[in-house]
Every structure is written in structure tokens, then in C-alpha cells.
Ligand binder design. Structure first.
Ligand code: NAP
Ligand code: ZN
Length: 350
């Protein structure tokens, strides 16, 4: 298969900075769309992958799965978009399409293994996939999203991961008018969870460690902010929430959040990946029929539903635009929770 060399930004090792490098992109097949990338959001998962926090990173690694841009080429059978249209790509660029999950629009739970936008197995040209910190990307049309044209394009980019990752549990657990929802951590995912839950009509509380985010959270739509390190404040929300979305990226004690669930409530982990420490106490779960669950991004149809909802309700991410060359500094700021509330790379600076 023919390929072209394009400019990208990535890293050769877990301990190395990201720098300019070249990658191959395939020529469009009959069902492919080629997209010139205009903006790419910076997800904490990019950082986890670049630094091999989860193990299994393939190098060179080119992160980026919050991609928006313009269609520059389409294959002969493409019907979804035409040249010149806006297009989006999130975390998924492939799945088997035949398993029960894929048939039910849950490509992210494909039982034969979905293909990540980066660090996945490239079934077209071999090797591994490279993400959105690059000039262009070629993706099968099934995995390309239509972008509402009424929204600020740069601020749409984070919807492709932070948006869908919080939308999917909100929908799965039937959040709507009157639901009591809490969000743990005010970062990229957390701020989208607040906006989307609010958009669905929920009463929303933020749990944060950071005092100086209280006003921001209220401006974003939170009705209440609880400082999670303050036991007195935590006690005021005991037994309150139908759904808590926990976005904290590192190991932490989730027992205090289980205590804040109402009877039959669910705490859904979307941030930290790994064993819990300290152990989860089952007593309050059994006595209150409470659940602790996890959730992974969202399927393609659900991502389109979320984008359309954001278009209709004027919901976008709060962003700070950076140049490609600022990415290493941005990662450091992200580790220090100093992001308000998503970095988006202006890809014309590459
Ligand atoms: P982020 O922008 O860095 O936000 C994380 C927030 O968590 C911080 O702003 C901070 O909020 C809080 N936090 C950070 N360290 C903490 C600690 N040690 N203890 C308690 N709270 C802490 O990250 P993000 O991009 O939203 O991503 C969050 C996590 O979700 C990452 O691990 C990412 O890999 C994961 N993720 C998962 C999925 C999925 O499909 N499940 C998809 C995308 C991302 P406060 O200052 O308010 O406390
Ligand atoms: Zn992400």
C-alpha cells in the first residue's frame, strides 16, 4: 500500500521529550477519509502513553485522539463526508465490526480488540497507529465524526475524548432532569462532565482538592463544590448522589465517594486504571445496593449523538491553545493539575 511521509510530533522513549519526527500515512482506500488536522486536544491519556505509565507503549509514540480538521481526500465509496467538510476523529480508528459489541455500536468494547487512534495495531501498513499530533490522518469513514459547524472548532476537539468519555456513563446510567450527579476532579474530563450533566438537566456537584477551582466550577455549571480533603464538607453529601463520575488519574481512596452515593447509586471510574488501594469496603455497597463500575470512552454512534447534542446546546470545552512546540511544558502543567481546562494544539504550528 502506498504511503506518504508527514510531519508529526512524538517521542522515542518514555523519558524523552516529544520532538518533531516523520511518520507514514496510507493513501486513502475506497472507504477512507484523509483529514488535514487543524486542532488536537491534549488528553491525560496522551501523557500516560508517551511516558509508558500503563506499560505497552510502542515507540516512536505520536499521541493525540481529540482531532478536528478538514477533509482533503475521500475514497471512491465514501458517503459520510466530502472534501472541504469539517471532520473529527476520537480515540477509535478500527474494530472488528462483527462481534456483538460492534454490532451494538459499542466498538470500544470490541471483543476482537479495537484499534486505538495511537498505539494500536495498524492493519493497513503494519506497525502501530500514530495519533493527532501530526499534519494529517487517514481513517475509515465509519470512525470519522461529523462536526457541528456552529461551534468554535478548537474548543470542539476535546469533545472527541473528554466529552464522549463523560457522556457515555451519563447516558448509560440514564442521567436526566433531577438526577443528582457528582464529578471527582476538575480537569479535562471533569469540566466536560459538569457541562454535559448540566446540559442533561442534572443537579451537579464537583469534588475537588483545589480551593481555587471553586468559582470556575460554579461558572462551568456546578451547583455545589465540595473540597474532598475536608471531612466536614464530605459529611454534608453522605448518601446523596445517583451517579458519581471519578476522573482522578492516579491511585486514590474511593471509599469516601461510595459513602456519598444514594441507595442504588453508582460510582463510575473513568480516570485511574489499575488495582485499588486501600481496598474497597463492600459493607456500604451491600447495605445500600451501591455499585462501583468503570467506563471506556464511547462508541461512534454515541460520539456523534454527543457532538450533535453539543451543537444544539452550544457546549464546548474551555481551552488554552498552545503551539506544538509547547507540548512538553503542557504535560508538566497537566501533571500539576494546572490546566484550565484543556490544552488544544494549533496544528498549523507544527
Ligand atoms: P486532567 O485534565 O489532568 O484532570 C485530572 C483531574 O483530577 C485534575 O485536574 C485534578 O482535579 C484531579 N487530580 C489529579 N491528580 C489527583 C490526585 N493525585 N488526587 C486527587 N485528584 C487528582 O486529566 P484528564 O485528561 O481529565 O484525564 C483524567 C484521567 O482519565 C486520566 O487518567 C486519563 O488517562 C483518563 N481517561 C480515561 C478515559 C476512559 O475512557 N475511561 C478516557 C480519557 C481519559 P482537582 O484539582 O479538581 O482535584
Ligand atoms: Zn483521551
Amino acid at each position: 500500500m502506498n504511503t506518504t511521509l508527514v510531519k508529526a510530533f512524538g517521542t522515542e522513549a518514555a523519558t524523552a521529550d516529544l520532538k518533531e519526527l516523520n511518520i507514514n500515512r496510507r493513501e486513502v482506500t475506497a472507504t477512507d477519509i484523509e483529514i488535514e488536522i487543524l486542532y488536537c486536544g491534549v488528553c491525560h491519556s496522551d501523557l500516560h502513553t508517551a511516558r509508558n505509565d500503563w506499560g505497552g507503549t510502542l515507540y516512536p509514540s505520536v499521541p493525540g485522539h481529540e482531532i478536528v480538521g478538514r477533509v482533503t481526500k475521500i475514497g471512491s465509496e465514501v458517503t459520510k463526508l466530502k472534501v472541504g467538510d469539517l471532520a473529527g476523529v476520537g480515540c477509535l480508528v478500527g474494530s472488528c465490526s462483527t462481534c456483538d459489541s460492534c454490532k451494538n455500536d459499542l466498538e470500544q468494547y470490541c471483543s476482537n480488540g479495537w484499534v486505538g487512534t495511537y498505539n494500536g495495531a495498524d492493519q493497513y501498513i503494519g506497525g502501530h497507529t500514530f495519533g493527532g499530533y501530526s499534519e494529517k490522518i487517514v481513517v475509515d469513514e465509519h470512525f470519522v465524526l461529523t462536526i457541528p459547524t456552529n461551534l468554535n472548532l478548537a474548543a470542539v476537539a476535546p469533545l472527541l475524548c473528554a466529552g464522549i468519555t463523560t457522556w457515555s456513563p451519563l447516558k448509560h446510567w440514564n442521567v436526566g432532569k433531577g438526577s443528582k450527579v457528582a464529578v471527582v476532579g476538575l480537569g479535562g474530563l471533569g469540566h466536560m462532565a459538569i457541562k454535559l450533566a448540566k446540559g442533561l438537566g442534572a443537579e451537579v456537584t464537583l469534588f475537588s482538592r483545589t480551593l481555587d477551582k471553586v468559582q470556575d466550577a460554579k461558572d462551568l455549571g456546578a451547583d455545589t463544590v465540595i473540597i474532598s480533603t475536608d471531612e466536614n464538607q464530605m459529611a454534608t453529601v453522605s448518601g446523596k448522589f445517583d451517579l458519581i463520575i471519578d476522573t482522578v488519574p492516579t491511585i486514590h481512596d474511593i471509599n469516601p465517594y461510595v459513602a456519598a452515593l444514594a441507595v442504588s447509586g453508582t460510582l463510575v471510574l473513568v480516570g485511574y486504571l489499575g488495582p485499588l488501594d486501600p481496598f474497597l469496603n463492600s459493607v456500604p455497597m451491600i447495605l445500600g445496593r451501591k455499585s462501583v463500575a468503570g467506563s471506556l470512552i464511547g462508541g461512534i454512534a454515541e460520539t456523534q449523538e454527543m457532538l450533535d447534542f453539543c451543537g444544539a446546546n452550544n457546549i464546548v470545552s474551555e481551552i488554552e491553545i498552545i503551539k506544538m512546540q509547547d507540548i512538553n511544558e503542557a504535560y508538566e502543567r497537566m501533571i500539576n493539575s494546572d490546566v484550565k481546562y484543556r490544552f488544544v494544539i494549533d496544528m498549523t504550528t507544527l
